[in-house]
Design a protein around this ligand. Structure first.
Ligand code: ADP
Length: 211
């Protein structure tokens, strides 16, 4: 269970995580506090099961707490620190050239923009495959005909958490989210400044495990 900790309690857990097993006296020294000041926090952390204490050995983290700390940190990660470069094309581009771009850029999704560079559509691999099955001349067919359009595009923003982005991917059953910035407040026109994909989430997850 994740309990809400005070700042100092979080600091104590961090110290025990890196330096444990460690005595109460040494934790107090690291925080420049007295043992007595620290005692209530140590009691709470021990009673709640976050910390374990062994006489003459000191405090150490139990495995569940260690995992909870990592998960808590993971859920706070922001989109802006993980977003990848977006592959953007003009909405007048042909489906044929869209397919070429997907291969050249080695991505699964393209973002379409208008003359001003504002986001107007999303084109996935399957959108292109579908168009390729039913149409003979892919050079004459603009991607704007087959793309998923605004306002149906699910987006994310720099300040959103990776967790929120991951939920959007799963709930909408899509592979990628354009990271957008609204051009003017309330304008509902957006610039694409990045992308978050299932790969982004998987990479962040691996980083967390390996850390
Ligand atoms: P694919 O189906 O090619 O594996 P997706 O699952 O991402 O790729 O796309 C499924 C459908 O959802 C496609 O029609 C695509 O246009 C649309 N789509 C993809 N990403 C988004 C998004 N961020 N917002 C809205 N629709 C999207």
């Amino acid at each position: 269970m994740l309990i809400k900790l005070t700042k100092r309690q979080e600091e104590i857990l961090e110290i025990v995580k890196t330096a444990g097993p460690i005595t109460g006296k040494d934790i107090a020294k690291k925080l420049s506090l007295t043992r007595a000041t620290l005692r209530p926090d140590l009691t709470i952390l021990t009673m709640s099961g976050s910390l374990e204490a062994r006489p003459r050995v000191g405090y150490y983290l139990n495995e569940e707490t260690e995992i909870n700390l990592q998960v808590a940190k993971f859920t706070e990660q922001l989109v802006k620190d993980y977003k990848a470069h977006p592959i953007v094309i003009q909405k007048s581009t042909s489906v044929y050239d869209g397919i070429v771009q997907i291969f050249l850029e080695d991505v699964g999704t393209l973002y379409a923009v208008d003359e001003n560079g504002y986001l107007v559509g999303v084109i996935s691999r399957k959108d292109l495959l579908r168009a390729a099955i039913g149409n003979k001349n892919l050079n004459d067919l603009p991607i704007s005909v087959i793309m998923t359009r605004m306002p149906n595009i699910v987006t994310t923003r720099s300040e959103e958490t990776l967790l929120e982005a991951a939920k959007k991917l799963i709930q909408n059953r899509i592979d990628s989210l354009p990271v957008v910035r609204e051009v003017d407040k309330g304008s509902s026109t957006y610039e694409v400044i990045g992308r978050i994909t299932k790969t982004t989430i998987t990479r962040a997850f691996l980083e967390m495990i390996e850390r």
